[in-house]
Design a protein around this ligand. Sequence first.
Ligand SMILES: [Zn+2]
Length: 209
Amino acid sequence: MNQDFKNQLSEVISIFPDLSIKHIEGQDFLKGILDIADESSTVIGSFSVEIYPTEKFPYRFPKIFEVGGDIPCNADWHKYNDNSCCISVEQDEILKCQSGITLINFIEKEAIPYFANQLYRIKTGHYLNEYPHGKEGVRLFYIELFKSSNPKFWYFCFDHAFGNSKTGRNKRCYCNSGGKYKKCHMLVEEKLQIIGKQKVLTDLNLITS
Ligand SMILES: [Zn+2]
């Protein structure tokens, strides 16, 4: 049993009264309805969900399942065969959970936007916020993170992050943006370090192959 997860459950149901705490085989989880509202707080759709702890929660997302059958079970719909939802690429998940994510934050900032996007696709045939998955999703994640689509620059930044070469905090950044290093790619390098040298390297090799 994940104690962090368990400790947050009563607070979650006080904010989301349509969710309730269930118990199966020594495992507490959340089950119920998540409402999706528009800007004027009018409910425009609802999804039947179950939320389970993962081993690494709160340093990874919990697992959320859409169990009402409203979303097709395939990768194109960002939903796996077991009904679990593909909320984001793993690298993005690691950064978002770097200080530990709360269940309420996960539901409000990750799950509800995911379902709002799904609702939009169900109604219109396409996503409001189109986002790729798999290798292309990872590639776009790194383009955004590095602020560059140039693989040579990615490896340069990687070497700078994990190697011995140092740039003074107040010096101009090596990316030629004109900004100070500490406000530019130093922040990018810190994110690379959170994701981890080996994982970043594996990812870079994957997306440049
Ligand atoms: Zn820079």
